[in-house]
Design a protein. Structure first.
Length: 823
């Protein structure tokens, strides 16, 4: 046992209840039992007749699991009551109970994602993980000289370009010590026998153009590894990935890769995690040597030096002998770790306050609790390319990241009103099936649907129901994925990830066994920022529309529409690279070479103030006429952080002035009106149509009348609501050698960018700026030219912001002229 010097920091973690108050539809971590404060009876799910009865949840689940559910349920109840106003009565629901078998199976299961900024080394790291876990026989590098390419970059285009385009799922087994929460005594942390863990891994792309891949992976994973470069540290895309991880409450470890690079400084990166990402993070390892002298790591929890030896570092050698050169640093960083960890964990904090000795096991257990409850991020270091520090990271995944039953997932019950509390999902094999299709891929054998099973068991040959369409489908083939290879399986248990063949559905669909009407919430889909016209080079081929349909189904950020004025097919997406890849895939996979127009920025229009409408659509020309009257308000709307949606229709009509059967037609009219703004003809965002009143005529009212009334009302209100034209603004990050700093700043100023931050390191600098996407065309060749090819940049969508008034005036006039010419 190792004890620690006393520390004088008395900040205690906040109470659990304040930390669990996240959006009700988000996944919530289950607080470890030591952090849970549950003293009052919980009546989340009760019937009108049994209102006031005693808690059913803890009684049913029993023991520790019961308390965990209870804690989450308490949070849900609190949230729900807050958002729904007065407490309402809901039908009593008996939650499934996890068997001992379920618990045993899940305790050794991890579902993790690997995400990071571009080129941080995610794929290189995953390749090592696959090698050390025996999934691949040899290591192949991204853009390696052997020309094979990394296993997880299986697409021909990925191997050619050396970038990850699609996330790839794989699974592997890892022999690791039991999680510290299961270790009873101090000796057990080192002495306990190793166990086999099943790990599902999803390697996600770093490039912001493929951000939806990260989004959907994080939606279904229980934990993540955030990879950073030891030199570049927190970069623009790291911030995005961090935001995505927070959105889905994903506990994470940070891995500072590339410790072999000149200028490697992991502790600067830890500080950036704290300052830039506001993370409570601390290193759990100290590197032995750095740059070309990087030799291994010291685990500062167990106080062991760890070296990689043998072929490609496949042998781990542990020693109690901490090298002299890092002994002081190890002591300092261990004290720092405890200091930060006790901010996040009450048990450890109490040990502090009571001046009790703190053992290695105390730290390890606190690390697990604090990581799972999202209060702390342990930081690991290593070099994937030099095969150093990967196995200890895998031990970290099994030790500190949650198993599927330690994360609280929930569904909505479509049989209840929309504001009913969500239903906790229990990863019990015997429970009714609930699974989420989170990714689709068209393969050689038809549509491949990736599915996360949240509860119940998915069996080959079974019938499952699509909660969105209500359709029943048979599961003809079930596989576990290993990048582009697969392994047939008969069934998949709760908490696991698999893929199905031959199941028609869309990305984000929920599947059940038909006995429940549960549906899982969908994920956040960002707005496209760029579009271009596209047409086949030769004659129109059926493959052209076939390809576009398939890509749209696979990728919700890829959109296709036909411009009603020019009749051109327009594709929109997250960036030039995103669209280029689809154009290239049309050629390679569908044999359709295409001609594309100049990329255009996806402008939008919006309103800035609320405005009232009172509009009557009336037509009388013999026979039955048309009559529809709508009254209400059009008001600006903020983006919903959960869904990414910023337009909505709300029906507040009471008293039947507009018969119910016409309401969908009015909503349709509103949706139609959003397609084309009056200023420049671009789609409209950020507004809510509130229908308050209206009138109908016994003979002359019909759906068409009300649809046209809604269109007219919208037009009337939009003009009065001070509309503006919006353009996408990007966060641009440039990294270049220091001697080019002046030129880089000059070029950003010339493009009317706003510089947000500049960071100077030994001989390079990073500049962060916000620039309108419309002003970024041609930047990559300009940067190449002015930095002798040594500068790199990345950009990601930040927001849509109003264009300058003079630009709006020019755009509006040009649009008007075009309209006049056409007429
Ligand atoms: N020096 C050094 N280079 C590394 C290390 N890990 C990866 N690289 C290199 O960094 C480049 C990017 O590696 P990838 O593994 O493709 O990075 P990625 O994060 O998967 O890339 P994207 O998915 O395209 O964003 C490659 O040239 C790797 O060889 C490392 O530990 N040290």
């Amino acid at each position: 046992m190792s004890t620690l010097p006393r520390l004088v920091r008395l900040r205690c973690p906040p109470t659990s209840s304040s930390l669990t108050r996240t959006s009700i539809l988000r996944r919530q971590p289950i607080l470890p039992s030591s952090s849970v404060i549950v003293s009052t009876p919980i009546r989340l799910l009760r019937s009108a007749t049994t209102a006031g009865t005693l808690p059913i949840l803890s009684a049913l689940s029993g023991g520790n699991a019961g308390r965990r559910w209870a804690s989450s349920a308490a949070a849900v109840k609190e949230e729900t009551e807050e958002s729904a106003g007065a407490a309402e009565e809901w039908p009593e629901r008996v939650l499934p109970i996890m068997s001992e078998g379920d618990k045993g199976r899940l305790r050794r299961q991890r579902n993790v994602g690997i995400s990071a900024h571009i080129d941080s080394g995610k794929t290189t790291l995953t390749e090592r993980v696959l090698y050390y876990t025996g999934r691949v026989r040899d290591i192949h590098e991204v853009r390696g000289r052997d020309g094979v390419g990394a296993k997880m970059d299986s697409m021909e285009l990925e191997r050619e370009k050396g970038i990850t385009i699609q996330s790839a799922a794989t699974f592997c087994d890892w022999l690791a010590p039991p999680p510290p929460s299961e270790v009873k005594d101090v000796a057990g942390l080192d002495g306990a026998e190793k166990d086999n863990f099943a790990i599902n891994i999803i390697d996600t792309p770093g490039h912001v153009d493929f951000t939806i891949e990260v989004e959907r992976a994080l939606r279904v994973l229980d934990g993540a590894v955030l990879v950073l470069c030891s030199v570049s540290g927190v970069q623009s895309q790291t911030i995005t990935v961090d935001r995505q991880m927070r959105r889905y409450n994903v506990p994470r470890l940070a891995f500072i890769n590339k410790m072999d690079r000149a200028g490697a400084n992991p502790f600067r990166v830890v500080n950036q995690l704290r300052n830039k990402l506001k993370m409570n993070a601390a290193a759990v390892q100290v590197p032995i040597g750095a740059e070309s002298d990087f030799r291994g790591v010291v685990d500062i929890v167990r106080m062991k030096a760890i070296y990689n030896e043998g072929t490609k570092g496949n042998q781990i050698v542990e020693s109690d002998e901490i090298p002299e050169s890092v002994r002081d640093l190890v002591e300092e960083k261990r004290a720092e770790l405890i200091e930060h960890l006790s901010d996040a964990d009450k048990t450890l904090c109490d040990l502090f306050l009571d001046e009790q000795p703190i053992s290695n096991l105390d730290i390890a257990q606190a690390l697990r609790r604090a990581t799972i409850s999202l209060r702390f991020t342990p930081v690991f270091v290593g070099s994937a390319i030099k095969n150093t520090g990967i196995q200890p990271l895998l031990d970290g995944v099994t030790s500190y990241l949650p198993s599927p039953d330690e994360v609280h997932n929930q569904a909505l019950d479509a049989a209840l009103p929309a504001h009913a509390p969500p239903v906790p999902l229990v990863p019990a094999q015997e429970a009714p099936l609930v699974g989420l299709a989170f990714k689709l891929e068209e393969g050689r054998y038809g549509q491949l649907t990736y599915m996360r099973v949240y509860q119940g068991e998915l069996k080959r040959g079974s019938l499952i129901f699509n909660a969105r369409t209500g359709k029943k489908v048979k599961v003809p083939r079930l596989v576990r994925m290993h990048s582009d290879e697969m392994e047939d399986v008969e069934s998949i248990g709760a908490g696991e990830i698999c893929a199905m063949f031959g199941v028609e559905c869309s990305s984000g669909d929920t599947f059940t066994d038909g006995s429940t009407s549960f549906s899982m919430t969908s994920m956040f889909v960002p707005e496209p920022v760029i579009s271009l016209s596209i047409r086949p080079e030769g004659n129109e081929s059926p493959n052209f529309s076939r390809a576009l349909n398939r890509f749209q189904k696979e990728d919700p950020t890829f959109r296709v529409h036909v411009d009603s004025e020019s009749q051109e097919t327009i594709i929109s997406g997250m960036g030039e690279l995103h669209l280029d890849i689809y154009v290239e895939r049309m050629k390679r996979e569908y044999n359709v070479a295409c001609i594309t127009g100049k990329p255009r920025v996806a402008f939008r229009e919006t309103i800035t103030v609320p405005s009232k409408f009172d509009y009557t659509h009336k037509k009388q020309s013999g026979g039955s006429g048309q009559f529809g009257k709508v009254k209400g308000t059009l008001e600006p709307m903020e983006i919903d952080p959960d869904t990414g949606k910023d337009t909505a229709f709300e029906n507040r009509v009471i008293g039947g002035n507009i018969p119910n059967q016409y309401i969908p037609a009015i909503e349709k009219g509103f949706q139609e009106a959003l397609d084309r703004g009056q200023l420049t003809g671009h789609p409209i965002n950020g507004c809510k149509f509130i229908l308050e009143d209206g009138a109908a005529h016994v003979n002359d009212s019909n759906e068409l009348s009300f649809r046209l009334a809604a269109l007219g009302a919208f037009r009337e209100a939009f003009g009065k609501a001070k509309p503006v034209v919006l353009e996408p603004v990007m966060t641009v990050e440039v990294v270049a050698p220091i001697e080019f700093q002046g030129n880089v700043i000059g070029a950003i100023n010339q493009r009317k960018g706003t510089i947000i931050d500049t960071e100077i390191r030994d001989d390079e600098f990073t500049l962060t700026a916000e620039v309108a996407l419309n002003d970024m065309f041609g930047y990559s060749s300009q940067l190449r030219g002015m930095t002798q090819g040594k500068g790199e940049f990345s950009m990601e969508y930040k927001t849509h912001a109003p264009v300058m008034p003079n630009v709006q005036k020019e755009m509006t006039e040009a649009y008007r002229k075009k309209q006049l010419d056409r007429n």
